[in-house]
Design a protein around this ligand. Structure first.
Ligand code: SF4
Length: 434
């Protein structure tokens, strides 16, 4: 029996690094401190729908084959493709992401992450206006006002509030929640909103209007604010603006309710501008509530290797970036790719119908530990080791802190990194032979 301490939960962007895991006969028999989602990842992985063997679709059915046969088949698809979409790579290690970039460059593919359908607009906003940020450690120790905007950590990041935010304790917030004001801004009263000191209910799609009104109040232009903005009475807008101005240190945690509602990246742009306004009065920062545990790592690795955080097109032989033109759904809805690799993400469950219909028409290679809706349209399927449980690797927490995930148990499955390396080698071999 082995007791492994300080294991990292590789599920959500909180990347909790205080998990204790007991391993007996190469099985995880107990998990301490993880939330229900994290626990299911550690223990439930034996119960989930694991893909047991590599598979190739023959006569409409997926049939078991060896890794070598699957690599051969996937290599042919990639070598013959004029333009492949390589999508996902956010529930895997930075090392695998780096290899995937190499493969995308080798095959002149289009390379995109799950941020395409979640926090991608935040990246554009940060490029345009900057993103004054801090680590979760700084927030936990200092922030006396925490705002959750368009996110619901009670369900999506269950330990966030107890480890890093209102219900944690810190050097300058020794009484924890009692030393912290909590504001929730959302279109519906979520379970997170029920815990707040102040809940602001916005009409759907009006974040930009509300942000403009808050900025007017923060900047002393209350007179221009109408009696109601975004469904919120003027006095409530002024109250929240004053809470933000009066705080010694505030943090706005923002989620997809901000980045994927009307005005998209312009909402993030406005959050950033609000933070700049607040920094004239006190100290304020913003942190995106990232979902996939290493979607932040994708942005980091892609940026340092290509100069861009997502939606990177290698078709011209050099990195080109223009979200709206080079995003995964942009090329799928235009029918602009002739093959796809979907790895460590589930396009089948999260993409719009037109994109999925197009995926069903082209050869799709899937790399994932689990069967999911993407498997239904896949022609070659690679089962992969679960990173953070069956393989080690690096991941970036939502605040940009890199952490090293441990391997806890042995597995028969290859890692994403190994599969991707094999594909690079196979594509080179085929091209050299051609
Ligand atoms: S909050 Fe996220 S990282 Fe932490 S234990 Fe739960 S699922 Fe895992």
């Amino acid at each position: 029996m082995a007791v492994i301490t300080d294991a990292i939960c590789s599920l959500c962007g909180s990347l909790c690094d205080d998990i204790t895991v007991t391993v007996e006969d190469n099985k995880i028999t107990s998990v301490e401190r993880a939330c229900i989602l994290g626990r299911n990842k550690f223990v439930g992985m034996f119960l989930h729908d694991r893909i047991e063997s590599p598979m190739i679709r023959k006569n409409g059915e997926l049939v078991d084959v060896s890794y070598e046969e699957a690599i051969e088949e996937a290599g042919k698809i990639l070598a013959n493709s004029k333009r492949t979409l390589s999508y996902g790579w956010c529930s895997t290690s930075c090392e695998a992401i780096s290899k995937a970039i190499q493969l995308a460059e080798e095959t002149k593919s289009l390379f995109d992450s799950t941020a395409n359908v979640c926090h991608g607009p935040s990246a554009l906003a940060v490029q345009e206006k900057g993103g004054p940020a801090a680590t979760l450690g700084v927030v936990k120790n200092r922030a006396d006002l925490m705002v959750f905007w368009g996110c619901n950590p009670a369900h999506a990041h269950p330990r966030h509030m107890s480890r890093y935010s209102p219900f944690s304790t810190g050097s300058f917030r020794q009484k924890g929640r009692k030393d912290t004001k909590m504001v929730v801004i959302d279109v519906r009263k979520t379970d997170t909103a029920k815990l707040a000191d102040k809940y602001v209910q916005l009409e759907p799609g009006t974040d930009y209007l509300y942000l403009s009104a808050i900025r007017s109040a923060v900047n002393g232009h209350e007179d221009v604010i109408p009696d109601k903005v975004a469904g919120v009475p003027k006095e409530d807008i002024i109250e929240v603006a004053n809470m933000l101005k009066d705080a010694k240190f505030s943090c706005i945690f923002y989620g997809m309710g901000v980045t994927q509602s009307r005005s998209k990246y312009k909402n993030g742009d406005m959050v950033s501008s609000l933070i700049s306004d607040l920094n004239q009065h006190s100290k304020s920062v913003m942190i995106g509530m990232r979902g996939h545990y290493n979607v932040t790592g994708f942005g980091q690795v892609a940026t340092w290797e290509t100069g861009f955080p997502m939606a990177i097109d290698f078709t011209r032989g050099t990195a080109y970036y223009n979200p709206g033109e080079t995003g995964a759904n942009d090329v799928l809805t235009r029918g602009d790719v002739d093959a796809a690799i979907i790895a460590a993400a589930d396009a089948g469950a999260h993409f719009p119908q037109d994109s999925i219909k197009y995926l069903a028409k082209i050869p799709v290679i899937q790399i994932d530990p689990y069967a999911n809706p993407t498997t239904e349209v896949a022609d070659v399927v690679f089962p992969a080791a679960v990173v953070g449980v069956e393989a080690e690797g690096t991941a970036y927490r939502m605040d940009g802190i890199s952490l090293r995930m441990k391997k806890l148990i042995d597995t028969k499955f290859k890692t994403d990194e190994e599969i991707t390396s094999d594909l690079i080698q196979k594509v080179r071999e085929i091209k050299r032979g051609a």
